[in-house]
Design a protein around this ligand. Structure first.
Ligand code: NA7
Length: 515
């Protein structure tokens, strides 16, 4: 488009979450061919995925390949964290200041800071006394970490904790998993990608993309049109078994109402509980590992490779910290209300300040001195998930108010970027300098996001979808649950109606009041 672009990247290299989450077992639980860019047919054809679900190193290699292939590195300034961005209302320019004091002016500011990029670590009493090592899964060291001969503790059993557990169990002398909430997980049907499969996908990649774009979550799975409650128990068993052995997340669409209706959900949750029961030998451990009390899928489930089986090993112990909470760190380990665990290393797989953590870290100040932190004090407010009233020409990519973490983020990212590119072209053509959401439109959008969420089971439990992962965070549902196809239609309708819900101005609003 002939635009001058500068990317500020806080890290030393590209990759985002795939740069930082280098813990053992880290892997994408979206299929590789779908968790990839679709904008270049040449890129699609030349890249060869080795596994159905790619590991973190392979995804990072892919990202590096994309950066080199399209010569993107020259536009990226690494080790540069944005400290603030202030909108100059008269010039319609953002003044951006980095932590190192460097400054730039920009017409447009795109926030592509990720949803799971601000790590969240608990602080336990006595933590400073611990003589062993503490590592956060989301800030994994770049040099290899050896577990040989070590007594390792993992706190947290979300996707990160579940992925690393079987690998560390094989390498460490002893592993203790500190679990607060048992998580649902689908067995990963991972497999190497054969040459035949690779050729088959590449011969009809467009059709595969079309299917992903038109599926609710961008993963390519179409929901079974039947209700779980209309099937007989035998039919259900067959459908769930087939989904379990192949679909990963697609399991959630084995019937259309699994994420919509509690009774339907119960049938899926029961199936998973029976699977867990068959995998774990010790009845006490089995019972503790069994998720109950929240619907399957209402919190982010995992797709695992041998998580539950790891607890059959003699060197793996489960510490239920809901029953016996962690009291303190000691010099040599962690003390819970039940016992002292001797540990050489503790891994915090404790997650992130999701959706808003990284957007609210820098000081972003829009029109009239309005700070984004102030504007979002009661939770994020956007029009269509892409822009915020009082913050002209600021765009949020895959953030709150968009399908984001309820979707294949590669699909969502391209969907929004294409829309933004179209908008910028339109602004160039029409001479517009300022683009801003209206207050009325963002009120309506937030209401719509909530309305769609009320049609689902997502509101029935605490999760990072609704801000429950951080104490004191506003409890509002953040992602858009209406699906990537529905969302794309709304973006397109907005354009068709002349950017409904936004104002486009050829003269910046700030100059009009100037005498
Ligand atoms: P998650 O899914 O947010 O999981 C964090 C886990 O850490 C979860 O089991 C939490 O238990 C647990 N946790 C957090 N704080 C504590 C304390 N203080 N004590 C004990 N346990 C704690 O993060 P992940 O990194 O696993 O996954 C993030 C996403 O990456 C994932 O959803 C995919 O999108 C990929 P809780 O459930 O809060 O009781």
């Amino acid at each position: 488009m002939g635009k001058e672009v500068l990317v500020l990247e806080a890290s030393a290299d590209v990759g985002g979450v795939w740069h930082h989450n280098g813990y053992p077992g880290a892997r994408c639980d979206v299929e590789s061919y779908d968790y990839s860019y679709s904008f270049s047919p040449e890129l699609e054809q030349e890249w060869r995925w080795s596994e159905r679900y790619a590991t973190q190193p392979e995804i990072l290699r892919y990202i590096h390949h994309v950066v080199e292939r399209f010569d993107l590195r020259r536009d990226i300034r690494f080790n540069t964290r944005m400290r603030s961005a202030r909108y100059d209302e008269e010039q319609a320019l953002w003044l951006i200041t980095a932590e190192d004091g460097a400054q730039w002016q920009a017409r447009y500011l795109l926030m592509c800071v990720g949803q799971l990029s601000t790590t969240k670590a608990p602080s336990f009493a006595g933590q400073e006394k611990f003589t062993g090592r503490i590592i956060h899964s989301g800030l994994w060291p770049k040099e290899p970490v050896s577990f040989a001969g070590k007594r390792v503790g993992i706190i947290g059993t979300g996707s990160s904790g579940m992925q690393m557990t079987p690998i560390i169990a094989q390498q460490a002398e002893h592993l203790t998993v500190f679990q607060r909430t048992p998580n649902y997980s689908i067995a990963s049907a991972n497999a190497p990608v054969s040459d035949e499969e690779d050729q088959r996908v590449k011969a009809s990649y467009r059709a595969r993309r079309e299917q992903a774009w038109n599926s609710p979550s961008g993963l390519g799975f179409m929901p079974n049109k039947q209700s779980a409650l209309q099937a007989t128990p035998q039919e259900r068993e067959q459908v769930y078994e087939a989904a379990w052995n192949r679909l990963g997340f697609g399991f959630a669409l084995a019937y259309y109402d699994i994420l919509l209706d509690q009774a339907a959900n119960d049938t899926a949750a029961d199936f998973i509980r029976r699977k867990i029961a068959a995998l774990v030998k010790d009845p006490v451990v089995r019972d503790k590992l069994t998720p109950r009390g929240h619907p399957f899928g209402a919190r982010r489930p995992s797709v695992d490779s041998g998580y539950f089986q790891a607890f059959n090993r003699a060197n793996v112990e489960l510490a239920d910290v809901r029953e016996a909470p962690i009291v303190e760190f000691t010099a040599t380990g962690l003390r819970t209300q039940a016992k002292h665990h001797e540990l050489d290393m503790v891994i915090f797989a404790t997650g992130f300040d999701a959706f808003t953590g990284s957007l609210l870290k820098p000081e972003i100040v829009g029109r009239g001195g309005m700070a984004l932190r102030e504007k979002w004090a009661q939770g994020p407010v956007t029009q269509l998930g892409v822009a915020v009233a009082d913050f002209p020409n600021l765009f949020i990519v895959v953030g709150p108010g968009s399908p984001s973490l309820l979707s294949n983020v590669l699909v969502s990212t391209e969907e929004q970027i294409d829309w933004l590119a179209q908008l910028l072209r339109h602004m160039d053509d029409s001479g517009a300098l300022e683009f801003e959401a209206t207050h009325a439109a963002e009120r309506d959008w937030v209401a719509h996001v909530n309305q769609r969420a009320r049609e689902t089971l997502y509101l029935s439990t605490d999760s990072y979808y609704n801000g429950a992962e951080v104490a004191g965070k506003p409890r509002v549902f953040m992602p858009y649950s209406g699906g990537v196809r529905g969302y794309r239609r709304l973006l397109q309708n907005c354009v068709a109606r002349g950017y409904e819900g936004f104002e486009l101005r050829n003269q910046p609003l700030g100059t009009r009041s100037t005498p």
